[in-house]
Design a binder for this molecule. Structure first.
Ligand code: CA2
Length: 147
């Protein structure tokens, strides 16, 4: 069994605004709150949480993950629904045997029709959605403990 010492927690567009609006959909926690919660739960695991509004930067981080064989928790935000470039980058990582767990704060299937499609899910290792910041916690537990 591989011991996980570092996890990349990658977040897509607009998630830097988390905690500032639509708390009924996304909760009140900021990304920094989520980072500290994950770090507190997994001592000995380096939680490298990043956010970008730039598709190319997000893809570059996935290339970094495959090169370093670092497991990934990914909230692709709106890229989820249409970015084939992001899908291809996720496939590069998972096909190399490095896990990528797709997470969502909300449950996209309970929302507008355009959110019902994820072009990423088919190449992700797994998907966790609808539990607010808990989606990230569940993903981390799976990566670190396999539970
Ligand atoms: O539920 C999720 O985590 C989403 O990935 C969030 C995306 C949305 O496009 C996906 O369908 C589902 C939206 C991220 C925008 O985040 C904000 C949060 C609070 C305030 C403003 C933006």
């Amino acid at each position: 069994m591989t011991v996980v010492t570092r996890v990349l927690v990658l977040n897509g567009p607009n998630l830097n605004r988390l905690g500032t609006r639509e708390p009924e959909v996304y909760g009140t926690q900021t990304l920094e709150d989520i980072r500290s919660m994950l770090a507190a739960e997994a001592s000995g695991v380096d939680i490298d949480l990043r956010q970008t509004n730039d598709e190319a930067e997000l893809i570059g981080w996935l290339h970094e993950a495959v090169d370093a064989r670092t497991p990934v928790i990914l909230n692709p935000a709106a890229f989820t629904h249409y970015s084939y470039a992001l899908r291809d980058a996720v496939a590069l990582v998972t096909e190399a045997g490095v896990p990528v767990i797709e997470v969502h704060l909300s449950n996209p299937h309970a929302r507008e029709a355009f959110r019902h499609t994820s072009v990423v899910s088919g190449v992700a290792t797994g998907v966790i959605a609808g539990f607010g910041a808990g989606s990230y916690r569940l993903a981390l537990a799976q990566l670190v403990r396999g539970t």
